[in-house]
Design a protein around this ligand. Structure first.
Ligand SMILES: [Zn+2]
Length: 78
């Protein structure tokens, strides 16, 4: 006979594992986000420092400015 407490413990462990997996997926998604240049398709473009006005403007849209190191095309990604 399995007690009620055992089911509660299993449920807590299962929920904890699911939460940990979700957190890991969110972190992996952040680190494995591959940016591609829309012009030439080169991966891993460089972040570009923005001027003050553009920074304030883009802050509200949560976009990041990138510049391709091959074709020097500037573009924005979320
Ligand atoms: Zn490019």
């Amino acid at each position: 006979m399995v007690s009620y407490l055992t089911y509660v413990k299993i449920a807590v462990v299962v929920i904890a594992v699911i939460v940990v997996l979700i957190i890991m997926m969110l972190y992996l998604k952040r680190f494995t986000k591959i940016n591609k240049c829309p012009n030439c398709g080169v991966k891993d473009p460089q972040r570009v420092e923005r001027d003050l006005f553009t920074s304030i403007f883009l802050f509200f849209y949560k976009v990041q400015s990138y510049r391709c190191h091959k074709c020097w095309q500037r573009y924005y990604l979320r």
